[in-house]
Design a binder for this molecule. Structure first.
Ligand SMILES: Cc1cc2nc3c(=O)[nH]c(=O)nc-3n(C[C@H](O)[C@H](O)[C@H](O)COP(=O)(O)OP(=O)(O)OC[C@H]3O[C@@H](n4cnc5c(N)ncnc54)[C@H](O)[C@@H]3O)c2cc1C
Length: 530
C-alpha cells in the first residue's frame, strides 16, 4: 500500500501501511522500529512535542550503574506495584531497558554526566539505588527531541499535526484505521494495515493535574468503543508535590528534588514524613501524597518543600526549569519554602495490551501510558514510564512489522477479570455534564481518599453522562474531548467502586486493608456492542 491521499468532498482520505496515533516517546520509538517496513503515518492532535513526554522532568530509570542490576530494578518495580505487576512485563522492562537507553545515548541524547564523564544518576522514591538518567530537569524534552529528529529523517514517514483521531474504524471486528478531525474543521479517514494507539495519559479527567491539555484519554475511549478490553483504570497515580500557589499553574516539582535531599515540612517546620513513613520523603508516591493531605488537614495549614539546607547554586543549576517556574510564582526554589499539594499524574491502567502491544482487537496495538501491560501494577515506580514508552513502543513497532504474518493475536495481560458494559439499557436516564463538572467530580470523589458512597454517586452520574453522549464518532474537537473525559471518568469511577480493598494508589477509606485473597487480580471492562 502506498502513502496515497485523496479528497472526496470535505473528507480527506489517507492510506498507509502503519498508522501511529500520538507523537510521544512510545509513538516515536515505534516509528523508528518501523523504518523500512512500509509507509508510516503519524497523526498527532497538537504540536508534535506536546504531550506528557515533553513535560517529563526527573528522568528515565535503567539499571546501568555498576552497583545496579536488572534484578534489583525489577524488585523495586514489583515492590512499588503492590502485588499487581505482571512479572514477565517487568522482566522485559528492566532487562531490555538498558539496551534501549544506551541506544538513545548513541543517537545523541545528552544525559547529564559527572566531571569524570560517567553518567550522573539520580535517586528517586522507592528506588534502592541511584539509577535515574536525566538531562537537567527536562529529560523528556531531550529524549523527545532526539527521537523527533531521528524519525523526521526517516524515508516513508509522514507526520500530520493538529489532526485529532476521533474514532477507530473496524470491519468484522478488526481495526483498519481511524477517523480524524483537523483544527481547520476538516474530517478525514486513514486506512491502515496496523494501527498503534500511543495517545498517552488522561490526567485531564481531574481538576488538579500535572498533565497538559492533550491528555484527555482519547485512546482509551476510542479503543473501548471499538471493543478493546480496558483494565486497571482504578489505579491513578497522584504526584505528591505540585506547586500550590493561587493563580500559578500547577507545575510539577519533580521527585528528583527529594532525591537530592529536599525535605517536606509543615508550617511549623516539622519534617512530618519522617514520623509518617520509615522511608521518609522517599516513600512511594501514594504514601507521600496521602500524608501531605492528612498533614494539611491536621494542621489546617499548607505543606512545603524545603531545599534551604542545600547549596543554592547547585539547586538552580540542577533544576533550571523548576527554578524558573518558582520564580514566576514569586519564589526562590533554593531559599524559600515552596507550598505543595498533590495532583493527578499518571494512569497505570488503560487499553489491555500484551508484551508486544497487541490489544484484544486485531490490527490495533497500544503502547506507552495509554496501554495497560500491568508493568506498573497498582503503583508506578518513579521514572519507569519513559522507559515503558521506549521499550514497549519499540516492541509494538516490531510486532506491527510482523503483523501480516502474525496470526497469534492477543496474549495478555494474564487473568483480567472482565465485566461487560451495555451501552443502551438506560438511554432515557441520560444526563449532561460539562467537562469542568467531570473534572471536579473526579477530584472530589475519585481521587486520593475513596469510599463507596462517593464512588457510587460519581459512577452513577458519570454513567448517565456517558449514556447521554451522542451516538457515533464525535464530529467536533470539543465533542471528542468531552466524550473522552466522560467515558474515561466513568470507567475509572466504576473500577474504583468495584475494587473493595486498598492497594497501591487505590485507597479506600472504607476498606483500608489490602486483600490478596479476593483482589490480587486485574479487573477490566469491555463494551458489549448493541
Ligand atoms: C509533568 C510531568 C513530569 C513527568 N516526569 C516523568 C519523569 O521524570 N520520568 C518518567 O518516566 N515519566 C515522567 N512522566 C510521565 C511520562 O512523561 C509519561 O508517562 C510518558 O511520557 C508517556 O509517553 P507516551 O508516549 O505514552 O504519551 P505522551 O508523551 O503523552 O504522548 C501522547 C501523544 O498522543 C497525542 N494524542 C493524544 N490524543 C490524540 C488523538 N486523539 N489524536 C491524535 N493525537 C493524540 C498527544 O498530542 C501526544 O503527542 C511525567 C509526566 C508529567 C506530566
Amino acid at each position: 500500500m502506498g502513502g496515497a491521499c485523496t479528497s472526496a468532498g470535505a473528507l480527506i482520505h489517507l492510506q498507509t501501511d502503519f498508522l501511529i496515533i500520538g507523537s510521544g516517546i512510545a509513538a516515536l520509538r515505534a516509528a523508528v522500529e518501523l523504518a523500512g517496513a512500509g509507509d508510516v503515518l503519524i497523526l498527532t492532535k497538537s504540536e508534535p512535542a506536546e504531550g506528557n513526554t515533553g513535560y517529563a522532568q526527573g528522568g528515565i530509570a535503567a539499571a546501568v550503574a555498576p552497583d545496579d542490576a536488572p534484578a534489583l530494578h525489577a524488585a523495586d518495580t514489583i515492590g512499588a506495584g503492590a502485588g499487581l505487576c505482571d512479572e514477565p512485563a517487568v522482566r522485559v522492562l528492566v532487562e531490555e531497558g538498558p539496551r534501549y537507553v544506551r541506544e538513545l545515548i548513541d543517537w545523541g541524547t545528552a544525559f547529564d554526566r559527572q566531571p569524570d564523564g560517567s553518567l550522573s544518576l539520580a535517586r528517586e522514591g522507592a528506588h534502592s539505588v541511584r539509577r535515574v538518567l536525566h538531562a537537567r530537569d527536562a529529560t523528556g524534552r531531550e529524549i523527545g527531541g532526539v527521537l523527533g529528529r531521528r524519525t523526521a529523517a526517516q524515508t516513508g514517514l509522514r507526520m500530520v499535526s493538529h489532526a485529532l483521531a476521533c474514532a477507530l474504524v473496524t470491519e468484522h471486528g478488526r481495526c483498519c484505521g481511524v477517523l480524524f478531525l483537523t483544527e481547520q474543521g476538516e474530517a478525514g479517514r486513514v486506512d491502515a494495515a496496523a494501527t498503534l494507539m500511543a495517545t498517552g495519559g488522561a490526567g485531564q479527567v481531574y481538576a488538579e493535574t500535572t498533565n497538559p491539555e492533550v491528555t484527555t484519554g482519547d485512546g482509551v475511549r476510542m479503543a473501548f468503543a471499538a471493543g478493546a478490553a480496558v483494565a486497571d483504570l482504578e489505579f491513578v497515580q497522584f504526584h505528591p508535590t505540585v506547586l500550590d500557589v493561587p493563580g500559578a499553574p500547577r507545575f510539577l516539582l519533580s521527585e528528583a528534588l527529594r532525591g537530592e535531599g529536599a525535605q517536606l515540612v509543615n508550617a511549623a517546620g516539622d519534617r512530618f514524613m519522617v514520623r509518617e513513613d520509615p522511608l521518609g520523603e522517599l516513600a512511594p508516591r501514594d504514601r507521600v501524597a496521602r500524608a501531605i493531605v492528612r498533614e494539611r488537614e491536621r494542621t489546617g495549614h499548607a505543606v512545603f518543600l524545603s531545599l534551604q539546607h542545600l547549596g543554592a547554586d547547585a539547586v538552580h543549576a540542577r533544576f533550571p526549569l523548576i527554578s524558573d517556574a518558582c520564580r514566576r510564582a514569586g519564589l526562590d526554589l533554593a531559599r524559600d519554602r515552596i507550598p505543595v499539594s498533590p495532583a493527578a499524574h499518571y494512569v497505570m491502567g488503560g487499553v489491555a495490551a500484551d508484551l508486544d502491544g497487541h490489544t484484544s482487537v486485531p490490527g490495533l496495538f497500544a503502547a506507552g501510558e495509554v496501554a495497560c501491560t500491568a508493568v506498573h501494577g497498582a503503583n508506578r515506580l518513579a521514572s519507569n514510564s519513559l522507559l515503558e514508552g521506549l521499550v514497549f513502543g519499540a516492541r509494538a513497532g516490531a510486532a506491527m512489522r510482523a503483523w501480516d504474518r502474525d496470526t497469534s493475536g492477543w496474549r495478555g495481560p494474564e487473568g483480567i477479570d472482565l465485566a461487560s458494559i451495555q451501552p443502551d439499557n438506560k438511554r432515557r436516564e441520560s444526563l449532561t455534564m460539562t467537562m469542568r463538572d467531570v473534572q471536579r467530580l473526579m477530584w472530589r470523589n475519585v481521587a486520593l481518599f475513596r469510599e463507596a458512597g462517593a464512588l457510587g454517586h460519581a459512577a452513577a452520574e458519570l454513567e448517565a453522562a456517558w449514556l447521554g453522549l451522542p451516538d457515533g464518532a464525535p464530529v467536533s474537537i470539543d465533542g471528542a474531548r468531552h466524550a473522552s473525559l466522560v467515558t474515561v471518568a466513568f470507567l475509572m469511577a466504576r473500577a474504583a467502586l468495584r475494587r473493595e480493598e486498598s492497594r497501591g494508589t487505590h485507597f479506600r477509606v472504607d476498606c483500608p486493608q489490602r486483600d490478596d485473597h479476593v483482589w490480587r487480580k486485574h479487573c477490566g471492562d469491555v463494551l458489549m456492542q448493541p
